[in-house]
Design a protein around this ligand. Sequence first.
Ligand code: HPA
Length: 272
Amino acid sequence: MEKEILRAARFLEERMDAPPLIGMVTGTGLGDLVEAMEEAFRVPYEEIPHFPRSTTEGHRGNFVGGILAGRPIVALQGRFHLYEGYTPQDVILPVRVMAKLGIQYLLISSAAGGLNPLFFKGDLMVVTDHINLTGANPLVGPNLDAFGPRFPDMSTVYPADLVRLVRREALNQGIHLREGVYAGVLGPSLETPAETRFLRLIGADAVGMSTVQEAIAAVHCGLRVIAVVAITNVNLPDCMGQTTLEEVIEAAERAGPVLAALWQGVVAALPS
Ligand code: HPA
């Protein structure tokens, strides 16, 4: 696995002038964030050695590098999910490749269902902590000692100073920002009312099918993580509405420009 990661990193390094400071992962309907970048290169996943390929509707598969808000950045336009059948190691391979390229921050965006009854469709939520309910962990198997420790500490996956930075930036831009705990589930089926009640009871504010694997892998290799999710639908156990992929994509696309503006401000303000 380590050899594959290094080979993919070397392939991408040849396209770069300088090591990136920031890596970004964009999700369902949120790929347009990348359009705000001053793009230096763009490589389809198929061309990168050992990269998985993305299959889901609404996900494009490109590795993009360039400058955003004056900072060198690489971005995954389209991510890999466990529910597509990828192994947890496949899902996080791009994160490890970006770590090898030298990033210090991983910025994650995704779509999520709201569980907190105060949330509305279209809200943005900065993640303060997560609950991994996927039943998988990308660090299972022999530890890659060159990347990080066998038992990485998870007490501060989403560092408080970075949450504060996002909050401050949202305030500057007049964006109403929620914050809370993200529950990561396997999917692809959505939650039943009983599951939704359970998730709320255990302290989750939003639920989604990505983010946690990437965050765990990022912490393992020493990256500082920020995650902001777009609430694309609201799930209340006592009055569950139906949720469709179209609704999720449409709501994410509507939140996209606001999220892009927030990320630009955050990127500009990150300490180097
Ligand atoms: N549940 C799980 N994942 C999701 C949802 C949801 O309601 N909405 C967007 N991703």
